[in-house]
Ligand binder design. Structure first.
Ligand SMILES: Nc1ncnc2c1ncn2[C@@H]1O[C@H](COP(=O)(O)OP(=O)(O)OP(=O)(O)O)[C@@H](O)[C@H]1O
Length: 254
């Protein structure tokens, strides 16, 4: 085997036997546009090694999405270190980042980001295929049933409500079987009742053994978390259980 083949195989075969772990050490992220520098994250130290429902809370512009993008290896820090599953990915090649991300992290977005020309089933099947899972159609059917959409498999996104579309997006994330779910304002487009259902669904995934990180500006949502990481102007200003203790989704108001 020549050296390039060996490097390729190594990069596309991350060690999946290690447990899920997120480590950010002294992470800084700056964006430079013309002669303006925006510091989105400053000296962020974050360690998650538990399967838990974690809420990242902060006002608009505090760096929540930037933090999620760092954890999900969608963006690289200006300074500091990002490691997933104990592997330092800070200086890793795009190929190595893609390979690890593919088997570790799945994303859920505020605007669902479904493929409009694919049915619910095909959207979810795509998730299973990207992750290289066998029997992708079977996996997709099972995950859609898990999120309560067994009777909507042939529907296209425009034929589904916002809450149903978000369920499809969650099913697509689950179809990858990745251990970390990163959700950016997943209830932002939904009414209160639907948002609570989506939150419950995400909470169930944490109870089933996933690490679920949900970004929100809505403090009320953070009351159901196991752990709340609060950001202000790019810095973590608190990290711990919700003040007042964890409550049930049924006790939320917004
Ligand atoms: N690609 C980029 N180029 C330049 N500046 C950026 C970029 N992405 C984010 N920023 C800046 O970094 C800061 C943090 O942005 P970020 O989107 O992480 O905040 P946020 O807390 O997620 O905000 P929101 O809740 O409004 O989505 C903001 O000042 C934003 O303008």
């Amino acid at each position: 085997m020549d050296q390039s083949t060996s490097v390729h195989l190594r990069e596309s075969s991350p060690d999946l036997s290690v447990g899920t772990r997120i480590d950010l050490d002294d992470v800084v992220k700056q964006y430079v546009i013309g002669d303006t520098t925006v510091t989105a994250l400053t000296d962020v130290n974050l360690h998650v090694d538990e399967t838990a429902f974690v809420v990242v809370l902060g006002p608009s512009g505090s760096g929540k999405t930037t933090l999620l993008n760092m954890i999900g290896l969608l963006d690289t820090p200006t300074g500091g270190r990002v490691a997933l599953n104990g592997r330092d990915m800070t200086g890793a090649s795009r190929g190595a980042q893609f390979a690890l991300r593919r088997h570790t992290v799945s994303f859920i977005f505020q605007t669902f980001n479904l493929f409009p020309g694919l049915t619910a089933l095909e959207n979810v099947q795509f998730g299973a295929e990207v992750a290289g899972r066998g029997s992708a159609a079977e996996v997709a059917r099972a995950e859609l049933a898990r999120v309560g959409l067994a009777d909507r498999m042939r529907h296209f996104p425009h034929q589904l409500s916002g809450g149903e579309q978000q369920r499809v997006a969650i099913a697509r994330a689950l179809a990858t079987d990745n251990p970390i779910l990163l959700a950016d304002e997943p209830t932002g487009e939904l009414d209160f009742g639907t948002g609570v259902q989506i939150l419950e669904l995400l909470q169930q995934q944490a109870e089933a053994g996933k690490t679920v990180l949900v970004v929100t500006h809505n403090r009320e949502l953070s009351r159901v978390a196991d752990r709340v990481i609060e950001l202000s102007s790019g810095r973590i200003v608190s990290d711990g259980p919700p003040s007042g203790g964890k409550c049930r989704t049924a006790d939320l108001h917004w």
